[in-house]
Write a protein that binds this ligand. Structure first.
Ligand SMILES: Cc1cc2nc3c(=O)[nH]c(=O)nc-3n(C[C@H](O)[C@H](O)[C@H](O)COP(=O)(O)O)c2cc1C
Length: 474
């Protein structure tokens, strides 16, 4: 059923109470989700995005209750992923000549999914406008890699609504549509989980893009996302949060996660946590057995933490496979400005702990001393674990990593303590991967602190495998 959003804008999306897996099983949607599509009826009728492919039929049935499909003048596709553009095939089968406004990159991804190159695509760039009558316009803003190359946002003048697509959204299902109507704790949890698990790799792009949008000096009365709620009450609160999260966010928190065959590594984790707490009672310490906990929650906790301890016993000379998988995720998420160290039990030669240390370093963490215990830790070994926890707590509390902050203003309010320290970073203008000289590029043996001019010419972008020439200064 459609819901009134503002003036002549109606929500024509689909709630999905039962979905629990997104991106395969990579993202657990514990609170369901929704696929938000919007119908604007001014002098021109405009449909913004569609819904997940699996709801194509329902979408068409519901939309036909709202409007004669043949009277839709324009379709805007802000992002071509199947959860937003999935119903296009079903829709275009009925109105095949309707123009589709999207970015140049979206034509590739829409064709890649729907295989209809004959559709009438109209390519838009940042700043392009579309007149929809009654003195109102749509303004397009490309947002490449937030979170696909094709992503964009659409702003509607006069009504001052920003259709932001995935940005500022969250996997959250509720019969209420607006942010002020839902449980605020649940909402916040889903927002930070979404940012931590989806947007962290692109954090370096978030602040410049938000600044670019703010630079248009357009009023924002609502942010209408493509998942979850519409931000109506103080809509820029989520923009403020994104700026905070994008700026190497961390709390006084340490996350410990491990896997263990017979609880020996689990015993070490408990004792290390006790040692941390002894020395620094103010720090929040959370422990997770990776086999028993929701992976996305652990990643969210790591996002919130200043450091992470990773434990695994040795199995066949290597770490336990779930830990290896998690380290791969940590590498992809490109967390910055965080500490890490490994621990674990072994029986004879060991191997897991050293491998974890190397992988953590490759993932860009600042590494502290590791700890190993032979077989089941006895009283002395547990005392060593507690002492290790004390050392970690002291080191991580006394020598915090410096957080580079980026100056931003929202509604003319400067954020506090801002200084610019990012001038040497380079961004791939094809896939938006960011080279950060502070981190170097471990997988290609470029040492931390290496200026871009000293990076070898043989360097290939880890995102798209193109050469140095596709990079620009950020
Ligand atoms: C299937 C299996 C393979 C193992 N492989 C190794 C190994 O390659 N090297 C080693 O040092 N210990 C090995 N161990 C011994 C364990 O690392 C040791 O028992 C450890 O204390 C288990 O800790 P956990 O209870 O935290 O899993 C193996 C144990 C099992 C059950």
């Amino acid at each position: 059923m459609a819901i009134h959003v503002k003036n002549n804008i109606r929500w024509v999306g689909q709630r999905d109470w039962e979905v629990r897996d997104f991106h395969g099983t990579e993202y657990k949607t514990l609170q369901g989700s929704s696929y938000n599509s919007y119908l604007i009826r001014e002098a021109k009728n405009v449909l913004i995005d569609t819904v997940d492919k699996k709801f194509s039929r329902d979408f068409i049935v519901n939309l036909e209750q709202e409007i004669d499909l043949n009277t839709i003048d324009y379709i805007i596709i802000n992002h071509a992923e199947e959860d937003h553009a999935g119903a296009l095939s079903e829709l275009m089968a009925r109105i095949p000549n309707t123009p589709i406004y999207c970015t140049a990159n979206a034509i590739d991804s829409i064709n890649g999914h729907h295989h209809h190159p004959e559709w009438h695509f109209i390519t838009v760039k940042t700043g392009d406008t579309l007149d929809i009558g009654n003195g109102k316009q749509l303004i397009f803003v490309e947002t490449p890699m937030l979170h696909w190359p094709d992503s964009m946002m659409t702003y509607m003048t006069q009504d001052a609504v920003l259709f932001s697509n995935d940005a500022f959204g969250q996997h959250y299902c509720d019969e209420h549509l607006f942010n002020d109507e839902v449980d605020q704790t649940e909402l916040y949890e889903q927002c930070i989980r979404y940012y931590a698990n989806i947007l962290t790799p692109f954090s370096r792009l978030v602040t410049p893009k938000i600044n670019e949008i703010l630079g248009f000096n357009l009023p924002v009365s609502m942010i209408a996302t493509s998942h979850g709620i519409v931000w109506r009450d103080n809509p820029t609160q989520i923009v403020e949060k994104y700026l905070e999260w994008a700026n190497d966010y961390q709390e006084d928190r340490i996350t410990i996660f491990y896997d263990s065959m017979s609880s020996n590594t689990r015993m070490m984790a408990d004792a290390i946590a006790q040692g941390i707490h002894d020395t620094d009672p103010a720090v929040a310490v959370k422990i997770y057995n990776i086999s028993r906990h929701d992976k996305n929650e652990i990643l969210t906790q790591i996002f919130r933490s200043k450091g992470v301890l990773v434990g695994s016993s040795t199995m066949n000379n290597v770490m336990m496979p779930k830990i290896a998988g998690m380290l791969e995720e940590l590498t992809g998420l490109r967390f910055r400005n965080k500490r890490a160290s490994a621990f674990g039990s072994f029986g004879w030669t060991g191997g897991a702990v050293d491998r974890i240390q190397t992988r953590l370093m490759d993932a860009g963490f600042d590494i502290s001393l590791s700890l190993k215990a032979k077989w089941r830790p006895d009283g002395d070994a547990l005392a060593d674990c507690r002492e290790h926890g004390r050392k970690i707590a002291r080191e991580w509390a006394l020598h915090p990593l410096t957080t580079p902050t980026i100056p931003v203003t929202i509604n003319d309010k400067p954020t506090t303590g801002a200084t610019e320290t990012q001038s040497q970073s380079m961004i791939c203008n094809v896939c938006q991967w960011v080279y950060d000289p502070a981190l170097g590029e471990p997988l290609q043996n470029v040492a931390p602190g290496t200026a871009w001019s000293d990076v070898p010419d043989s360097f290939l972008c880890p995102g798209c495998a193109l050469g140095k020439s596709v990079f620009d200064p950020m």
